[in-house]
Design a protein around this ligand. Structure first.
Ligand SMILES: [Fe+2]
Ligand SMILES: [Fe+2]
Length: 210
């Protein structure tokens, strides 16, 4: 999978930005630029594929501001199956849909970039660095309103991506549970995966004494 260089990215950005600006409400457009900035900073810090990550950031919410009817129609067109949680909250499908549109409307071929868009709301076990950084940047970008745990998540993101993921996944699960809403099983699976990954010795010991 070939990664983008700065020149290629700058060229794509010039074409994509006006299109995204037209498709998104101003607040979402601003969020997109904030995610781009945050994702680039994290990619530089953690030695990620900076321009692939920047492109994923620019496109991650490309399907966000379609109406529910438009989202449903596009899902039908692209044969995207809705999960239980997406059936209840159709907006959640903007991630999967965004991945498909990145390919179809924006001609992205790099599967890592497509996956980062596709999984930016739920996460998934064993994410690539590109996927992790988009998931984290979406949550911690500077435009996000302050709430308990945000400062800690920002700090962790600089130090250790997996630790930041665990913190964000746990905040998300608690937020959803507190409101009596349904948690996407993929989010729970992702949380369990990274929690176990972070404490392998303890898990192993617990296993041995079972
Ligand atoms: Fe999103
Ligand atoms: Fe977003």
């Amino acid at each position: 999978m070939k990664s983008l260089n700065k020149k290629e990215f700058d060229k794509l950005r010039e074409v994509i930005l006006p299109k995204i600006k037209k498709q998104l409400i101003p607040k979402r457009y601003e969020h997109t630029l904030n995610v781009e900035k945050t994702a680039i900073a994290l990619a530089e810090k953690h030695n990620g594929k900076v321009y692939d990550i920047a492109l994923a950031a620019l496109l991650h919410d490309n399907a966000k501001n379609f109406s529910d009817e438009e989202k449903l129609a596009l899902c039908k067109k692209y044969h995207i199956e809705l999960s239980k949680t997406e059936e209840i909250n159709i907006d959640l499908v903007h991630a999967k849909l965004g991945g498909v549109l990145a390919e179809d409307d924006y001609h992205v071929e790099n599967q890592d970039i497509i996956n980062a868009i596709k999984y930016h709301t739920t996460g998934r076990p064993n994410m690539s660095m590109t996927e992790k950084i988009i998931y984290i940047a979406d949550f911690i970008e500077p435009g996000r309103k302050d709430f308990p745990g945000l400062i800690e998540a920002r700090k962790l993101a600089d130090e250790n991506l997996d630790a930041a993921l665990i913190s964000i996944l746990s905040l998300t699960i608690n937020y959803v549970m507190d409101r009596g809403l349904i948690i996407d099983p993929t989010t729970e699976e992702t949380y369990e995966y990274y929690r176990k990954k972070q404490t392998p010795e303890k898990e192993e010991k617990a296993h041995r004494t079972d």
